[in-house]
Design a protein around this ligand. Structure first.
Ligand code: GLY
Length: 355
């Protein structure tokens, strides 16, 4: 069955190459993901979507591709490991991979981050295409060319390099469990608050049932425009970290998911924005996040001093102090240094520390 493309973009950066990004329905086949004339194709995937990858590999085998190998990496962050990377390098070597061959990544953000890193470094770079199978991957991780693996800290080894294609098939995302839809909705609603009121309105009206046909293309559009302006995060790209400074510390301290942590981090950043910049929509933002089914306060009795220590350990601190993304109004983010008193204010808003 022929698929339909809802929207496409070409995202190119002087150093990082070029991505053709497509969102549609019924477009997860070899025609989109396996451009012709590669002697070897390695489809890297994860257990939860291995059947999607195998279907794609079967289709590629009957098409123009040569030898198609499916390799299953662990689910989630267990894939972002140098031991896993070394194992895949060895397999590519055994497959007789050359620089003209192709890696196809089928999975969520952790899988595409790892596959992108492998493709960027094996033989100093082979072509890679992504089929992003989670909402979080589709609206954030797969777009913009950040690849990375964890070595002691999160994403401490990585390169900036665009995959040559990114395909997001909404027919696949329709079947995601609510937990993964919630996780991705946090990044989508973040894109809304920093740059796209349409997304905010969709989640406000329908909570987690906001139509993917609206929120996914709009959120990818925000990411594409931001990365186009600042590929290597010299300035503007940092706005994508809205909710991440406090969120990331809570994620580490409480062991919750990234999406939940970003949601909580946005509530804290919203309160700080209200205090410093007169942001008038902090309460609305909180209600929308709660309406999606995401948390608006941190779990349990987190120790404020420990959360503050984790915030200061984060890479978002520079010689001038801690810089956070705050909102002047919906769609108007600013990067601003914040002092300890404001951090404490944000933490109290999410139930960390004395109120
Ligand atoms: N996830 C943030 C970025 O891609 O810059």
């Amino acid at each position: 069955m022929a698929g339909s493309i809802l929207k496409s973009w070409v995202l190119s950066s002087a150093e990082g190459g070029e991505s053709l990004i497509r969102v549609g329905r019924g477009i997860s086949g070899a025609e989109e993901l396996v451009p012709p004339h590669h002697r070897n194709v390695a489809v890297l995937t994860q257990p939860s979507v291995a059947s999607v990858a195998k279907e794609l590999a079967d289709e590629a085998t009957t098409g123009t591709a040569g030898n198609v190998h499916v390799v299953v990496l662990p689910d989630g962050d267990a894939a972002k490991d140098m031991g896993v990377v070394a194992d895949i390098y060895e397999r590519l070597n055994r497959f007789g991979f050359t620089r003209d061959d192709l890696v196809v990544a089928v999975g969520g953000g952790a899988l595409t981050d790892t596959a992108g890193f492998i493709a960027a470094t094996y033989l100093r770079g082979v072509t890679v295409t992504y089929l992003s199978t989670t909402l979080l991957g589709a609206v954030d991780a797969a777009i913009g060319g950040k690849t990375g693996v964890n070595v002691g800290g999160k994403n401490l080894a990585g390169v900036f390099r665009h995959p040559s294609r990114v395909v997001v098939d909404l027919d696949i995302l329709d079947n995601l469990p609510r937990r993964l839809l919630c996780e991705g909705a946090a990044e989508a609603v973040k894109a809304g608050f920093i740059a796209e009121p349409t997304i905010v309105a969709a989640y406000e009206a329908q909570g987690l049932d906001a139509p993917l046909d609206v929120v996914v293309p709009e959120a990818i559009g925000v990411k594409v425009r931001t990365v186009e302006a600042d590929f290597r995060e010299g300035g503007l790209r940092a706005i994508l970290n809205y909710g991440h400074t406090i969120g990331h510390a809570v994620e580490l301290a409480a062991g919750i998911s990234h999406g939940e942590a970003v949601a909580i981090g946005m509530v804290a950043a919203g309160r700080i924005s209200e205090s410093v910049l007169g942001f008038a929509e902090a309460a609305r933002q909180r209600d929308i996040i709660a309406g999606i089914g995401l948390p608006v306060s941190a779990p349990g009795d987190l120790d404020a001093a420990e959360v503050i220590r984790l915030i200061h350990r984060d890479k978002k601190r520079d010689a001038g102090g801690l810089r956070m993304v705050l909102l002047e109004s919906l769609g108007r983010p600013v990067l601003q240094y914040v002092g300890e008193d404001l951090v404490q204010l944000g933490l109290r808003e999410i139930g960390v520390g004395k109120s």
